[in-house]
Design a protein. Structure first.
Length: 258
């Protein structure tokens, strides 16, 4: 960093701790960071999304095959429970595995900082040399970072493993339960007409209306996570669901002639 002012250099160094702290926040948490259910928003939204799409795909496929209403209910409910439980277990195992990996890597870095500090110091030096530091600026940066073991480990976790400390760690069981509840709750929407509507009209048409409304709503809620306009996020989800349902319907239509 030849020619850099002392003020600019020190400002950069002071921001190291701040940058680490900021990255503790889950991406997309935004203003929901301090809300109790913020840790579950992603699981709820994506669980609901998958529940609606997969269940409606079953309904569309059975309707396309022109099968009895009881078949729609049986297959729809079976899919709802089986896929919901599968997603919940997948969420649990995935979250737990990520946490175990992060914990193992952190323990390794802590051991290395405590037992082979010279080697770890060279790693920090190499990292910041690649960022453009050199000479006295590089030495001062390494000295400051390695003067605090906690900061040292956090920098190594960030730079070497792309893992940031999480001040609100996910609870695997709770997140899995949130996924299950969202999947089953929202996934039941396409089936509601078959349980509660006793009209002479086409129950599949009512299911389409219910599902479209649910998909758009859940899609709009994604805007809290992906930071996109709610109308656009809702429309995207609606289109994805329509494509999946259309494919399932035409497969069912083709299969009924076999």
């Amino acid at each position: 960093m030849k020619g850099s002012s002392k003020k600019t250099f020190m400002s950069f160094i002071k921001n190291i701790d701040k940058a680490i702290e900021m990255h503790k926040r889950p991406k997309g948490a935004g203003e929901f960071h301090n809300v109790p259910f913020s840790a579950y928003i992603g699981d709820l939204v994506y669980g609901a999304n998958d529940g609606i799409i997969t269940t409606f795909a079953v309904v569309a496929g059975v309707s396309g095959a022109d099968l009895d209403v009881r078949i729609v209910i049986i297959l729809g409910c079976a899919n709802l429970v089986a896929d919901g439980v599968s997603m919940a277990f997948g969420n649990y195992l995935g979250t737990k595995s990520d946490q175990e990996l992060a914990r193992r890597l952190r323990e390794e870095e802590e051991w290395e900082v405590a037992n082979i500090p010279d080697y770890e110091r060279k790693e920090i030096e190499a990292i910041y040399k690649a960022k453009g530091f050199e000479g006295r600026d590089l030495e001062r940066a390494v000295d400051i970072i390695t003067s605090d073991k906690k900061r040292w480990v956090e920098v190594m976790m960030k730079e070497e493993h792309a893992i940031f400390a999480d001040e609100n760690p996910r609870a695997p069981i709770k997140n899995a339960f949130a996924t299950l509840v969202a999947f089953v709750g929202a996934g039941a929407v396409p089936l509601l007409p078959y349980f509660f509507i006793r009209a002479n009209g086409n129950l599949f048409a009512f299911s389409i209306i219910f599902t479209a409304a649910a998909l758009f709503t859940v899609g709009a809620l994604r805007s809290f996570i992906i930071k996109k306009m709610w109308v656009k996020a809702g429309a995207e989800m609606l289109i994805v669901g329509a494509i999946a349902a259309g494919i399932a319907y035409f497969i069912g239509e083709a299969m009924k002639h076999l």
